[in-house]
Design a protein around this ligand. Structure first.
Ligand code: ATP
Ligand code: MG
Length: 150
């Protein structure tokens, strides 16, 4: 059913800000003419929470995490960007495999399941996941969904 992605995203931002590190600021912004989308709210929430949790976990204190939503007539896109440790190029092709973790995680804990779940949920919503990442610079994940026109 239809819902307001701005309200929805502001709520997630508030919740995630509570578990962010010292002075890690999550900045949410929306652009577009509309704020209404038709997507599965609980699948989408779970995917976004996974991506923001990673952004928090894999970046340091005193950094910004940008969370953006955009609606154009044809597309809804959701982007989560951090200035964290990044993902080595040779690891990037395996990122959505269950239990896969990149080689630069050091002592940061994790099971390697979050992104596998994100990719499954996005697939269930007929969307796409893309990312770009550079080691020691940061990572950006984008989810995109074609808007349905009845
Ligand atoms: P969990 O199952 O608790 O989420 P995880 O965070 O290790 O564990 P994923 O979320 O699936 O697992 O991520 C897989 C791997 O991708 C991570 O182990 C990490 O190496 C890398 N990764 C994911 N997101 C980021 C990010 N924002 N910055 C840097 N590396 C990341
Ligand atoms: Mg994770």
């Amino acid at each position: 059913t239809e819902f307001d992605i701005v309200k929805f995203s502001e709520e997630i931002t508030e919740d995630m800000q509570l578990i962010a590190k010292q002075n890690q600021q999550i900045i949410y912004q929306h652009s577009g003419t509309s704020a209404t989308v038709i997507l599965d709210q609980s699948l989408l929430r779970n995917a976004i929470v996974n991506l923001i949790s990673n952004a928090i976990k894999y970046s340091g204190e005193n950094t910004f995490i940008e969370f953006n939503t955009e609606i154009t007539p044809s597309l809804t896109s959701i982007c989560i960007q951090d200035n964290g440790i990044g993902i080595p190029k040779e690891d990037q092709e395996h990122l959505f495999e269950a239990f896969f973790r990149a080689h630069n995680t050091g002592t940061i804990p994790g099971t390697g399941l979050g992104l596998n779940i994100v990719s499954r949920y996005v697939q269930l919503m007929n969307g796409q996941v893309k990312f770009t990442s550079n080691v020691n610079q940061g990572t950006s994940f984008t989810l995109s969904f074609e808007n349905s026109h009845e």
